[in-house]
Design a protein around this ligand. Structure first.
Ligand SMILES: O=C(O)CCC(=O)C(=O)O
Ligand SMILES: [Fe+2]
Length: 239
């Protein structure tokens, strides 16, 4: 993978992680063979372990959901072991995900594979905003600053403005998008970055009450914990 020569640092990228034919087969499976939640907006399916945000450990009450056959060839091979948790998400046109940082303590590195229609993802740190085009079939790895110190999100809107090289700015209509996010549990479950703004471990150590800890991390926690809270979590209040 290649690091993108932009801020945030640490955004590793691989275009054409799979072929268009492989993608078409997957979309066929996603559209016709899977049992999706029936609510509108962004919806997700979880595979592997489920994390319990009360105990900050694997939830022993929820059995491990084995990876389906279609998922095996999509696991990032540059990691020494398979991820602990994989989340397949469907974004109908116009759907988004509020800016958040995936919880620091529980999770280590993070990968996301984009499928279907392209979308602009926005990274934010303070007043800084950087849009990154998530082209279909591209795999990204959020590492370093991109993983820990910038939030990422997708605006809820029907179009994106794309600045193609040499062509100037163009409006691009959103289509159906799927993403697969891969997470590995962090050994020990504690992050040492010390960022009180975004790090759940740093906030806990500083005695910040759970309710007041990083809203973004908690929203992420609730959503990843089973999807039931997603409507008032990541999708809630999205502009
Ligand atoms: O859809 C994506 O590419 C990323 C989703 C995401 O940020 C998440 O599930 O934490
Ligand atoms: Fe995320």
């Amino acid at each position: 993978m290649q690091e993108l020569p932009i801020q945030p640092r640490g955004l590793l990228w691989q275009t054409d992680f799979i072929t268009p034919a492989h993608e078409a087969t997957l979309l066929q499976i996603f559209r016709h063979d899977l049992q999706w939640p029936t609510r509108p907006g962004r919806i997700s399916l979880h595979y592997g372990y489920t994390f319990d945000y009360k105990t900050f450990n694997i939830d022993p009450a929820i059995p491990y959901r084995p990876f389906p056959d279609w998922l095996i060839p999509l696991l990032p091979a540059r990691e020494p072991r398979a991820p602990d948790q994989v989340c397949l998400q469907y974004y109908p046109p116009g759907a988004g995900i509020p800016p958040h940082v995936d919880a620091h303590g529980p999770y280590d590195q993070l990968y996301a594979l984009s499928l279907g229609a392209p979308v602009m993802m926005e990274f934010r740190r303070g007043d800084e905003r950087v849009e990154v085009d998530c082209e279909p079939r591209s795999l990204m790895c959020m590492s370093g600053d991109a993983r820990l110190f910038w939030t990422h999100g997708i605006k809820k809107r029907k179009t994106d403005v794309v600045d193609a090289e040499g062509e100037g700015a163009k409006v691009r209509v959103r289509g159906e998008r799927w993403s697969i996010t891969y997470r590995w549990l962090r050994e020990g479950g504690e992050c040492e970055c010390g960022d009180l703004r975004l790090c759940d471990t740093a906030q806990r150590r500083a005695g910040v009450e759970k309710e007041k800890r990083s809203v973004v991390a908690l929203r992420e926690a609730a959503a990843a914990a089973g999807g039931g809270d997603e409507s008032k979590g990541k999708d809630g209040g999205e502009r």
